[in-house]
Design a protein around this ligand. Sequence first.
Ligand code: MN
Length: 130
Amino acid sequence: MTIKVLYIEDNDQNFYLVNYILNAKGYTMIRAHDGREGIDLATREIPDLILLDIQLPVMDGYMTAQELRKITEVKAIPIVALTSYAMAGDREKALAAGCNGYIEKPINPKTFTEQIGRFLQEDSSRSAGG
Ligand code: MN
């Protein structure tokens, strides 16, 4: 059973690094380049986890998270915000928007899989979406 991860990220380098790390762990990666595409792909693919950049074109990550939480098929999927914003209050904003957690960029390749694994485990009661 493959873990499917949707990463909503407009920056190629950020995506490639996470893609490399998670591919090596056997995860299936899906990419969206902006919030609107992310919402479409989340609804179509029902991933096990959504990684969400905050600085995005079209709509920002906070708004994207809010929209994802309104979709019945999607709202139980854990969302982890990935952002380089280091300002105080961003964590709270991400959580208030519906994210389950927050990881600061640059990510640490050595601990990243473990960090996101925590969110997958919290979600283990949810039946596999197919
Ligand atoms: Mn960005």
